[in-house]
Ligand binder design. Structure first.
Ligand SMILES: Nc1ncnc2c1ncn2[C@@H]1O[C@H](COP(=O)(O)OP(=O)(O)O)[C@@H](O)[C@H]1O
Ligand SMILES: O=C(O)C1=C[C@@H](OP(=O)(O)O)[C@@H](O)[C@H](O)C1
Ligand SMILES: [Mg+2]
Length: 176
């Protein structure tokens, strides 16, 4: 095992595997994993879908921004973010300054095809234009990402291993 020197944020589109890969990566490295969505749900006693319905997207984003800052303060940890975390400039600033952001990359279609129920993602549930969302998010992911990992043809274990290799090469994870 070893030591994680700073937060590692996993960012990327819906369904690309941020939550699943973060869990696997943290387990492989023997470090903590925090999912911002799961944290938000525990904190508010309701999930992001319900927050979205009750407070609208802007309300969800405000709650998510606080949750992100709290998660970052709990680290160093592997922190999986919701796809829309990059929407707010303050979040992008945090991602750039309070850790190392890794962009998980796959095609939009490949990512969306993994999502079993549209109802689990508020923007999909309300029938958002997924291509327009992709076009809007892509430059923002590129702005914050310090590393890009192609997960399109990788299972969870291989995706986690590719990120672990990147973290070791850069001295962000140091083995004992
Ligand atoms: N590398 C992978 N290979 C195969 N299935 C995956 C992979 N990563 C995630 N999945 C599956 O895809 C779905 C979406 O993954 P999830 O981790 O929730 O993505 P995100 O958090 O980016 O929205 C889940 O059902 C998950 O089990
Ligand atoms: O638009 C967003 O920010 C959200 C994206 C989804 O997360 P994933 O990116 O993990 O799919 C969803 O779980 C969350 O409720 C809100
Ligand atoms: Mg997720």
């Amino acid at each position: 095992m070893g030591v994680l020197k700073q937060n590692v944020f996993l960012v990327g589109y819906m369904g690309v595997g941020k939550t699943t890969v973060a869990r696997r990566l943290a387990r492989d490295l023997g470090v903590a994993a925090i999912d911002v969505d799961a944290y938000l749900q525990r904190k508010h006693g309701r999930d992001a879908n319900r927050l979205f319905k009750q407070r609208g997207e802007a309300g969800l984003r405000r709650a998510e921004a606080k949750a992100l800052a709290e998660c970052a303060a709990l680290g160093p940890a592997v922190i999986s973010c919701g796809e829309g975390i990059v929407a707010l400039p303050e979040n992008r600033e945090l991602l750039k300054t309070q850790g190392f952001a890794v962009l998980l990359e796959s095609s939009m279609e490949g990512s969306l095809s993994r999502i079993k129920s549209m109802r689990t993602r508020p923007l999909l549930a309300q029938g958002c234009d997924t291509q327009a969302l992709w076009d809007e998010r892509k430059p923002l992911y590129d702005e914050v990402a310090q590393a890009h990992v192609d997960v399109s043809n990788k299972g969870t274990a291989a995706a986690a291993a590719a990120i672990a290799g990147e973290l070791k090469r850069r001295g962000i994870y140091v083995s004992d």
